[in-house]
Design a binder for this molecule. Structure first.
Ligand SMILES: C[S@@+](CC[C@H](N)C(=O)[O-])C[C@H]1O[C@@H](n2cnc3c(N)ncnc32)[C@H](O)[C@@H]1O
Length: 268
């Protein structure tokens, strides 16, 4: 999924991540961790939340998207944080470099998730934590479901094609599947929890404008489809949102799957 325009990401998905990150950290716990890795660190949302949760912590973020790494470097100005380029399936760190490894909203991006989890375990010391959290895209992310409904109403064939493409990717679309992945990668003491976060939305425009900023694959799709339909998706989305929530402020609640385990230190 292409990631561009990090400032727009912060308005689009980042406002959700900012609410989810502290809940995820609370669920996983930091124990006595001193050095933590944030895989797929994006614009630095989780790194910032980790530093807020434990100010003495040292956090390293790693992400393959150059513009996001630069943005995070410029916006998370702590001497305890740094950001590197790299992908989850070939982490640029030595074995046992971290006390804990977190990844927030990244699992859906990984072409080879088992390999990425093995990498996360490799760079985490024995007894350290490896944790992930991913939106429930089936029906737990209403902002995207509303868009999907709006897009389908104006361009059903295009949406069907896109759904088929997305379906072809490996999906960890239930908390059980994510926990099974953790088990298959020989992590132990696995715990799981469904996390919910709510976002207050000021108006239809507040919800919709960030879709058009082109920050993620979904946002690029939204903008292109809106252009191709001469604003048809905007009109359809407005109709659906205003029918459901009226014209004033409203709130949306999203659901995410969080799973954590412990590196057993055995050969992987
Ligand atoms: C939805 S964003 C989440 C960013 C951040 N963790 C947050 O919660 O706001 C997904 C991130 O995964 C990164 N990403 C994509 N492919 C990746 C890979 N193979 N390994 C690690 N990160 C990846 C993207 O560049 C993007 O920053």
């Amino acid at each position: 999924m292409p990631y561009t325009n990090p400032a727009s990401y912060d308005e689009f998905m980042g406002r959700w991540s900012r609410r989810l990150a502290p809940r995820f950290i609370d669920f996983v716990g930091l124990g006595a961790a001193k050095r933590v890795l944030d895989v797929g660190s994006g614009t630095g949302v989780l790194t910032r939340a980790l530093l807020d949760a434990a100010p003495g912590l040292e956090v390293v973020g790693v992400d393959p998207t150059a513009t996001y790494v630069e943005y995070a470097r410029q916006s998370v100005l702590s001497p305890h944080a740094c950001f590197e380029y790299g992908t989850a399936d070939a982490l640029p760190f030595a074995d046992n470099s971290f006390d804990a490894t977190f990844s927030l909203l990244v699992l859906q991006e990984l072409p080879d998730a088992p390999r990425a989890v093995h990498e996360m375990a490799r760079v985490t010391r024995q007894g350290g934590t490896i944790a992930t959290c991913k939106w429930d895209f089936r029906n737990g992310m209403p902002m995207l479901s509303l868009f999907s409904q709006a897009a389908e109403a104006v361009a059903p064939e295009v949406v069907a094609r896109r759904r088929a493409e997305i379906k072809a990717r490996p999906a960890y679309d239930s908390i059980e599947k994510i926990a099974a992945l953790w088990e298959a990668c020989r992590l132990v003491d696995i715990r799981q929890m469904v996390l919910e976060v709510s976002l207050g939305v000021a108006s239809f425009d507040d919800l919709w404008r960030p879709f058009l900023g082109g920050s993620t694959g979904e946002a690029v799709f939204a903008r292109e489809l809106d252009d191709a339909t001469d604003g048809g998706v905007t009109r359809s989305m407005r109709e659906i949102v205003e029918a459901e929530y009226g014209k004033g402020t409203f709130s949306l609640t999203a659901r995410a799957f969080a799973v954590t385990g412990v590196a057993s230190g055995g050969a992987l």
